[in-house]
Design a protein around this ligand. Structure first.
Ligand SMILES: [Zn+2]
Length: 149
């Protein structure tokens, strides 16, 4: 990953935390990062209101400004599951043969098994702007696109 993509990727975790708080959307169905563009796809049953979209963006940016630590711990899968339960997982499964996980943790915000590279604090991400949301009703999927400046 390039430096900008490390920032764009880390933003996914901050954005997810904000989406959980505003929408209660628990499951990530997909992620996409290219340069400073990112897209988070969540399992969600309806289209969010414009107010909710604004709230998600503001909440994510306040977490970025806070410069919260982005902690990454390599740990035994069983231990990670005992500590966090299925909160570490997304809809796309990690093969059962994998017995050690890299756990990303932004305290009180997001915990996720993720083996990608991250910034060490949230302020390094830069500013996040939501560019588009698209709800796919039949698949119950909500795509949230954003740019990083
Ligand atoms: Zn990650």
């Amino acid at each position: 990953m390039t430096t900008i993509e490390i920032r764009t990727h880390t933003a996914l975790h901050v954005l997810k935390g904000a989406a959980v708080k505003v929408l209660g959307a628990r499951w990530t169905a997909g992620v996409h990062v290219k340069g400073n563009h990112g897209r988070l796809t969540l399992q969600y049953h309806r289209k969010p209101t414009p107010e909710e979209v604004t709230q998600i963006e503001e909440l994510a940016n306040s977490k970025i400004r806070e410069d919260a630590p982005v902690e990454v711990t390599d740990m035994d899968r069983t231990e990670a599951e005992e500590l966090w339960g299925d909160a570490i997982y997304d809809l796309f499964a990690i093969p059962s043969a994998i017995t050690r996980l890299s756990i990303l943790h932004i305290p009180d915000w997001n915990v996720n098994a993720c083996n990608k590279q991250h910034t060490s604090t949230t302020a390094q991400i830069g500013r996040l702007t939501l560019t588009k949301t698209r709800h796919r009703a039949t698949k119950k999927l909500l795509e949230i696109s954003y740019d990083i400046q």
